[in-house]
Design a protein around this ligand. Structure first.
Ligand code: ADP
Ligand code: TRP
Length: 331
């Protein structure tokens, strides 16, 4: 029996890369286990980049609606918002006191993110400690994440090991599950599709907007008649992950034989996105227009998560010495 846990930051509205690269594979892994998975929206982590309350709330609902539209069953799994379980912040403090400063200072993700910023916050610096707390609080076995998160998982294991050595065994050492087979999808400008580059496609959102963005995909300047290279084309790469296999083969042949223009390929990609996600789009719109229903689901999830969080946290408190040694006698 393995407990799966993963989180998605609500630093923006989810996009095609998040859906195919993180949300759908996590649901698939969760469904294979006999015990409930812990799936959450990392809104506290998103605070390292978002300074506007309304934006954070809206993004959090958008991420929640996306998980549900993608098929997450909130009755079967524990689906919650990170900030609704404040215990995670307390655990992060205890873990932070055992985390060597150089381990955080040398983390790739911190160096990469802080390199672009005029002001670097302590929150960004301690980001991996909060992530370790997310994972360790629920005695997680498996953490499905993108390869970019590998070092954060190693840091989590190091911190758990340091705690267990210092105080005795409390934490399970989690294992990262890295999706080697999932392609890093390119965005409309050809770079990695990412919220931070503004190059995303949102197949669950407004279709006019989706059409406009598909039309803006950057290609080379080959004329219609010329044969084209499918492997180096953003339109083809995206088409190959959303269209049925025969349709993909068909497009590949058209690219190679020439007489097929990028404009036509874009139309085909748009149609494939509309088709592939039509059920999810409808479900997304239903959820996002019913915030009270979303809120009720998140609250119920938080209750379940907090019950589990308390079990770990009370052991941790005892171990570190912030709870009187006699408290168990009085409780
Ligand atoms: P962003 O780069 O848009 O801020 P995140 O870093 O919040 O996205 O992504 C959350 C998860 O979504 C990542 O760990 C990764 O697994 C997945 N993901 C993000 N972008 C892509 C992409 N372009 N292709 C495939 N998966 C992606
Ligand atoms: N850092 C992760 C990301 O950017 C999000 C995240 C926060 C997470 N806490 C987590 C992922 C715990 C897995 C487990 O994608």
């Amino acid at each position: 029996m393995s407990r799966v846990l993963t989180g998605i930051q609500s630093s923006g509205k989810p996009h095609l890369g998040n859906l195919l690269g993180a949300i759908l594979p996590a649901i698939e892994l969760a469904e294979k286990q006999s015990e409930p998975a812990y799936l959450f929206i990392a809104d506290l982590h998103a605070l390292t980049v978002i300074r506007d309350a309304e934006t954070l709330r809206e993004n959090t609902y958008a991420v929640a609606a996306t998980w549900l539209a993608a098929g997450l069953d909130p009755e079967k799994h524990v689906f919650f918002r990170q900030s609704d379980v404040p215990e995670v912040c307390e655990l992060a403090w205890y873990l932070g006191c055992l985390t060597p400063y150089p381990m955080l200072a040398n983390a790739h993700s911190f160096k990469e993110k802080s390199g672009h910023l005029a002001e670097v916050s302590a929150g960004l610096f301690t980001y991996p400690v909060l992530m370790a707390a997310d994972i360790l609080l629920y005695q997680t076995d498996l953490v499905p994440v993108g390869k970019d998160q590998k070092q954060h998982l190693e840091i989590t294991r190091d911190i758990a090991g340091a705690f267990n050595r210092a105080y005795g065994e409390v934490f399970k050492l989690p294992e990262g599950i890295y999706r080697e087979e999932v392609m890093i999808l390119p965005g409309i400008d050809g770079r990695k599709m990412s919220k931070s580059y503004g190059n995303t496609l949102d197949p669950l959102g407004d279709l006019n907007e989706l059409y406009k963005r598909v039309k803006r995909i950057v290609t080379d300047a080959k004329p219609l008649d010329a044969p084209k290279d499918p492997e180096n084309c953003t339109i083809f790469k995206l088409y190959s992950v959303v269209a049925p296999p025969e349709a993909v083969e068909n497009m590949r042949e058209r690219y190679l034989s020439g007489g097929y223009g990028y404009g036509q390929a874009k139309e085909a990609l748009y149609e494939a996105l509309v088709q592939r996600f039509s059920a999810e789009r409808e479900a997304y719109h239903r959820w996002i227009s019913d915030k009270p229903a979303l809120e009720a689901i998140l609250q119920k999830g938080a209750e379940k998560a907090r019950a589990e969080a308390h079990k770990t946290l009370s052991r941790v408190r005892q171990k570190v010495g912030v709870q009187g040694a006699l408290s168990s006698i009085f409780s």
